[in-house]
Design a protein around this ligand. Structure first.
Ligand code: NAD
Length: 397
């Protein structure tokens, strides 16, 4: 009889798990159920574009019905409230579901580090709706400025954190300014975009040469970058910094870090740093071997190198595939494979048509070429979800 595999979350990891099971297993081996709170998969890595209105929400998502054969992957649109791993059961908003195997890919949420006022007074980039909210919030403040011309804080956009998310968003915001200023009839020089980073540099841990290129590109866009300075408090209209400076703003977006979805710890899984579940070399929970944790939900270590892997799309995709293959191996009574994810490189976009990127150990690229490389990676990803059919559909749209 087919074993029931339930996958929680249709992010990069969950979608890849379901696609792998769909293509690699037979109906007699696995019944595949995918639970997600929306009936679409969104392109998390491009949300910054949506926040700045570059791309509409529809371009940022793809319906699950277009990705999967619905007779093979049953989709349930619902919210996961709790996992009961001792009972092999998941509590959903509207009912419960039992499983033989579970793959948990419920993604991340912002990490607020208990900084006073931060959670209450910041916008975050975590979903399509939150990106839409950032856009609407900023537009609303720009629209209000004409009737409150003394309130420059309405025109000050502050991004907290200069990791990859913060830098991509800051670049996008700066490119949006001319359009915003025109739309709301405001002088461009009245608008400021500021990025604040606690570490000594932006893009900490990245290639030094490319960091320098990124600084140059961002500064040429008129962005003020403050490094070595932590955000210590936030109110409705100001951000307090560790150097004593207070920045007045009504548009504060927090990109200072992420942690695993709180359901992981709440459901009793043993966790490591940032609420990520401890998994063994096969990605099984150390507590329950029929539960696999993938992507941002797992503390993933490359077994060959000992490297702790970051919560990136590349790692999510590879872990999602491995979890599916290991479940299938277990069903077939075969040996499981170890987790050895690799990062092929990183491309960081810096607003429209510019980026810096490193591929493998050697190849570095900046500017327009890097921007094109990033676009190519996005198309390749779309192709991996649905082949020429989906690519053609997006192109012809
Ligand atoms: P992150 O943790 O990588 O970066 C957060 C940044 O915020 C850090 O540099 C940190 O020093 C800073 N910070 C923390 N507290 C602060 C404070 N109080 N004041 C000021 N700065 C503070 O988080 P992220 O950027 O959201 O990235 C999450 C993961 O996603 C990472 O693994 C990242 O590599 C990945 N990612 C990759 C890409 C890409 O490859 N293009 C894009 C986005 C995200």
């Amino acid at each position: 009889m087919a074993r029931r595999v339930v996958i929680l979350g249709a992010g990069y990891a969950g979608v890849r798990s379901a696609l792998t099971l769909e293509s690699e297993s037979s109906r007699d081996e696995a019944e595949i159920i995918l639970v997600n709170k929306h009936n679409y998969h969104h392109f998390m890595a491009q949300l910054h574009e949506s926040a700045a209105g570059v791309t509409g929400n529809k371009d940022m998502r793809i319906s699950l019905g277009e990705i999967f054969d619905e007779t093979r992957v049953k989709q349930i649109k619902d919210v996961v409230l709790r996992i009961l791993p001792k009972d092999n059961r998941v509590i959903l908003g509207d009912g419960t579901i039992d499983y033989d195997y579970l793959i948990v890919g419920l993604g991340s949420e912002p990490e607020y580090f208990n900084i006073p006022g931060l959670e209450q007074h910041s916008l975050t980039l975590r979903s399509l709706n939150s990106a839409k909210l950032i856009r609407a919030h900023i537009e609303n403040n720009f629209a209000t400025f004409k009737s409150n011309p003394l309130r420059r804080e309405l025109l000050t956009i502050v991004v907290g954190g200069a990791g990859f998310t913060g830098i991509e968003l800051t670049g996008e915001m700066a490119d949006w300014v001319p359009k915003l200023a025109k739309e709301y009839d405001i002088q461009e020089k009245m608008v400021s975009v500021i990025n604040i980073e606690a570490a000594a540099t932006i893009l900490k841990g990245y290639d030094r040469k490319l960091i320098d290129n990124a600084y140059e590109i961002l500064r040429n866009k008129g962005i003020r970058i403050i490094t070595g300075t932590a955000i210590e408090g936030v109110t409705e209209n100001e951000v307090r910094l560790s150097n004593g400076e207070i920045i007045k703003t009504r548009n504060f977006i927090w990109t200072g870090g992420i942690r695993a979805n709180r359901l992981i710890a709440q459901s009793g899984f043993t966790t490591a740093a940032r609420g990520r579940a401890k998994v063994n070399r096969y990605l099984q929970s150390v507590d329950y071997p029929n539960v696999y944790l993938v992507g941002d939900n797992a503390f993933i270590v490359n077994q060959a190198t000992g490297e702790v892997m970051g919560p990136t799309a590349q790692v999510a995709i590879q872990s999602g595939r491995l979890a599916a293959l290991n479940i299938l191996a277990d069903i077939r009574g075969e040996g499981l494979k170890e987790c050895n994810p690799r990062e092929l490189g990183r491309v960081v976009s810096l607003g429209r048509k510019a980026a810096v990127g490193k591929v493998g150990r050697e190849y570095r690229t900046t500017g327009r070429v890097a921007g094109l490389l990033k676009e190519a990676i996005q198309w390749k990803y779309l192709f991996s979800l649905g082949g020429f059919r989906l690519v053609a559909k997006k192109l012809l749209k």
